[in-house]
Design a binder for this molecule. Sequence first.
Ligand code: AMP
Ligand code: GLY
Length: 447
Amino acid sequence: MKALVIGSGGREHAIAWALSNSPEIEEVLCVPGNGGTAVENKCRNLDIPLKDLRAAADAAVQELGGTEGVVAVIGPENPLTEGAADILGTKGIPVVGPTKAAAQLEASKDAAKKFMKKYGVACAASETYTDLDSALKAVNASSGPVVVKADGLAAGKGVVVAGDKKTAEEAVRRFMVDGELGEAGKKLVIEEYLEGEEISVLAAVSVTPETSETGQACIIPFVPARDHKRLLDGAEGPNTGGMGAIAPVPGLDGETMNRFRKEILEPTLAGLKAEKFDYRGFIFFGLMLTKNGPKLLEYNVRLGDPETQAVLPLMDFDFAKMCLAITDGTLKSFSFKWKEGFVCAPVAVSGGYPGEYGKHKLISVDGPVVKDAGGKIFIAGAVLEKDGLYTTGGRVLAGAASGETAEKAREAAYKTLSGVSFEGMFFRKDIGAPGAAVSKTMKGGKL
Ligand code: AMP
Ligand code: GLY
């Protein structure tokens, strides 16, 4: 069997690596892939631009030598919300990734909130606004912190957690008047601020009108993970795309996960079925663990980055076979087994990130150090050139390693990173550590 992986980040390197570990897989074609997939076992990068998805699908099928015996996994949200799964699906390729219609759950915050409310998913109270005056009135009427969210995709820049009215008002004006995010910010969701610790639950989904009929529709959660979005230790500094992840979440109790299943996962499954979506792929539940139980902050219609780099190494099952089970409607009877212990995956970024950062820095990897730590490097923003790997992105790579305890996993992960260097390399030192998830300056509803 051959696999096609769409995307170029650390998540896609981890997906390609997981596929390549399956004895079923002969080759993994990555479109476009990155410097990590360029050197990964069985993987080959295809330099096909994703601007025109139909042309990209044609070119990929040609490279695959047809559609027989192929499975495709679409990593990022953009191709999904632009209909990549629909396009590949019409070619007869089993695709892991929801259709464009179902991908609205990530593409539009308003659509996601309407869905959550319609199906009784536990979430923050919110209203949607399309005109400036009503949005300003709403933030001025609020008594505590509020969260202002642009409706459309904004690459992580569309959410402002505002501690006071002035900040909230500024955010409303930036999005609605200045058009900072273009169309994405013309409609706003203004939401109640929820306090607590965040976790991410990634899950495999197999819902079609047929499996809904036969009772085989399902959402199977993976081990819960925690991303650390702030740049600096102790959850301080600006927000980033994610500075590292740990899985499972240390200290998470069974009761929280039970409530998540009952109050979030099950109503979501009921909603996907009732909407008659063709959703065969992954879903990401972004949760806030509040004192009133877990609440859903957002859906993403894909795996998380960098959570995937911590979760997939814990699999004790064949990822390629699971992908096929998602697509052929047999996921409910697929046998999931997770390894004991933890995986920690701190991310190394290029100096200056998330602002202007250095590019084209040569990355040196001390193979024996990484091997001795038992770690795995997942490349996110780097390309392979003639004389080595060079940085291209802000988030450059993650060093993932396992351990019997969270502490041992952290030690092994940081030992892994000690075998990597590039000019301006920076990483948080507390990924997965106690207290690393919540900023002290954000406690008590004060931001
Ligand atoms: P979202 O894209 O909706 O997950 O929002 C991005 C980030 O903003 C989340 O990961 C949270 O850290 C924060 N956030 C979003 N909604 C809320 C909320 N209602 N209360 C507190 N923080 C939030
Ligand atoms: N780690 C957050 C995300 O993937 O959206």
